[in-house]
Design a protein around this ligand. Structure first.
Ligand code: VG1
Ligand code: CO
Length: 541
């Protein structure tokens, strides 16, 4: 077995975005592309010699090829041990759990998350640090900067490792341990939730439809829901991870999980519906004939946390990403705990969790989690809701509506303009930026702009500053419109426009109608149709 040092030249586009490096398969398959980025990680995250790393992915196309390359590069770079999921499978939350449980140095996750997969789809790679969370910006910046000057990478000349069987092998002095992807994660879930109460609820006839969208959660959900909790066989649908996710877009929102939405609004609807994304960190919760918005889900969890064994002492604080609705803020105020507002992306919650400033956090993009790991966690959120239903014995719809009665309702929607010209998208943002000082006091039909700004964030723990995190327009009644550009896309640019309107008493309006005036104002102020060339958003969630 020999170590090869391979000469290479830098690519200039290996800048990790909101959540790791994401590119089309065509880009990733360029010679040395993956190797350059992996070597840049090894060169930037500290001394990895003799250390342990976790490695796994969501099973999408190119997952197995990439894992074999990374194992050989890790062995050549002196890594001590790699814990890799059987068949190369590990969900994002499972990686976070395993890093923390075994106190490993870090981990590498192969996934483009909610982006489509397959030979024509996307691939991605992200590095997580020793707290189990996504590498913070200072680390991702260092990786990017290294990738621009890289001259060579190291790889051992060795046969592929059989990842189909659990057990331990050696490669150039590095230990490779193939582990069960589910066990550690399932144990953690069992320590947080009342599995007995949920099992009893299933035994009494409660029905769940869990759509794993042919992505990584299939094996996790099948073992936990159908195995440990006794849900009937067939509760988990689309439960086999496929390289192309069955041709679907593994993004659990009402548009992409249409099959589940139709089922839950049909005559045979289950008591609860749920879906998870490519790498298992996102979740969607659906009741009979009602979808729970992710922003509401976070607020409802915060309001009811003390009913769940893992959070019975209550919460110390909550955090939400800036565009997420302010529903959680109202709960935090009532509980008299702080509510933090962070830029989009899970990496910004890490410091708050490590410093014990918050217990729960979430994003409008179908992500919620807690201090149990340092990633968002799809199955965790679904178990939280199941536990809540088991304790309260109320249907999903009642829990949501009772919450609105108590705290008021945030009508909330996100409009995405996908795959537009990057230059035009920048121009749209620039056009908004130029207006920031002149918007205050502007009156529309019934809405008056209070103020407008561009969100910048100072991490309350380490003081690091992140600028240009989205343009916000605030109205005098507390409503908001937020504009930002996506940092996870792989083709062109995506403009996201977020609408948030708070109502204390009018609780039963149709969503897009309730937001109609704000939607019109966004067009007037931002000239969306002009800059994007689109009359309608590509996706409304
Ligand atoms: C999107 C979401 C963001 C989320 C990120 C990663 O980022 O808006 O809330 O954290 O995806 O989610 P952006 O920059 O495209 O808006 V996942 O499940 O794809 O890792
Ligand atoms: Co994801």
């Amino acid at each position: 077995m020999s170590i090869q040092t391979v000469s290479t030249t830098p690519f200039n586009d290996q800048n990790p975005g909101t959540s790791g490096l994401r590119k089309t398969i065509a880009v990733f398959k360029q010679p040395h592309y993956l190797e350059n980025f992996v070597q840049s990680i090894f060169d930037s995250v500290g001394d990895i010699r003799g250390k342990t790393l976790v490695l796994g992915g969501d099973g999408r196309y190119f997952n197995s090829t990439a894992i074999q390359i990374i194992l050989k590069m890790a062995a050549a770079n002196g890594v001590g041990k790699i814990m890799v999921g059987q068949d190369g499978i590990l969900s994002t939350p499972a990686v976070s759990c395993i890093i923390r449980k075994y106190k490993t140095f870090g981990g590498i996750i192969l996934s483009a998350s909610h982006n489509p997969g397959g030979p024509d789809g996307d691939f991605g790679i992200k590095y997580n640090v020793g707290n189990g969370g996504p590498a913070p910006e200072k680390v991702t910046n260092a990786i990017f900067s290294r990738s621009k000057s890289i001259k060579e990478y190291k790889i051992v000349n060795a046969p592929d490792v059989n990842l189909g069987r659990q057990g331990t092998t050696e490669m150039n002095g590095m230990t490779i341990e193939v582990i069960d992807p589910v066990t550690d994660y399932a144990e953690l879930m069992q320590s947080l939730f009342d599995f007995g109460a949920i099992r009893k609820m299933f035994a009494e006839g409660f029905t769940l439809r869990f759509d794993a969208m042919h992505a990584v959660c299939g094996p996790y959900a099948t073992r936990i829901m159908e195995g440990m909790l006794g849900a009937p066989k067939g509760t988990v649908v689309n439960n086999i991870p496929l390289e192309d996710f069955g041709g679907h877009h593994p993004d659990p929102n009402p548009v992409n999980a249409k099959e589940l939405m139709d089922f839950m609004h049909g005559p045979n609807a289950a008591d609860m519906g749920a879906a998870t994304d490519g790498d298992g960190d996102r979740n969607m919760i659906v009741g009979r004939h009602i979808a729970v918005t992710p922003s509401d889900s976070l607020a409802i969890m915060a309001a009811n946390a003390s009913l769940i064994p893992g959070y019975s002492k209550g919460i110390v604080g909550v955090a939400r990403s800036m565009p997420t609705s302010t529903a959680a803020d109202k709960v935090a105020a009532a509980l008299n705990v702080p509510c933090y507002e962070t830029p989009t992306g899970w990496k910004f919650f890490g410091d708050l969790l490590d410093d014990n400033k918050i217990t729960l956090c979430g994003e409008e993009s179908y992500g919620t989690s807690s201090n149990h790991i340092r990633e968002k966690d799809g199955i965790w959120a679904i178990l939280f809701w199941l536990n809540l239903l088991a304790v309260t014995k109320k249907p999903v719809a009642d829990i949501v509506k009772d919450h609105w009665k108590k705290y008021g309702r945030n009508y909330y929607s996100r409009h995405d303009y996908v795959n537009i010209d990057s230059k035009r998208a920048e121009e749209l943002m620039e056009h908004l930026r130029e207006q920031l000082d002149s918007l205050s006091g502007k009156r529309f039909a019934t809405c008056v702009i209070d103020r407008a700004d561009e969100f910048s964030y100072t991490d309350p723990v380490d003081g690091s500053v992140s600028q240009r995190q989205g343009i916000r327009i605030f109205f005098t009644d507390g409503s908001r419109i937020v504009f930002r550009l996506s940092g996870t896309g792989t083709v062109g640019a995506t403009v996201r426009v977020y609408f948030d309107r708070y109502e204390k008493d009018l609780l039963d309006m149709e969503m897009q109608t309730a937001l109609g005036e704000l939607i019109d104002i966004a067009e007037t102020v931002a000239k969306i149709a002009f800059y994007t060339g689109m009359k309608e958003p590509s996706v409304v969630t």
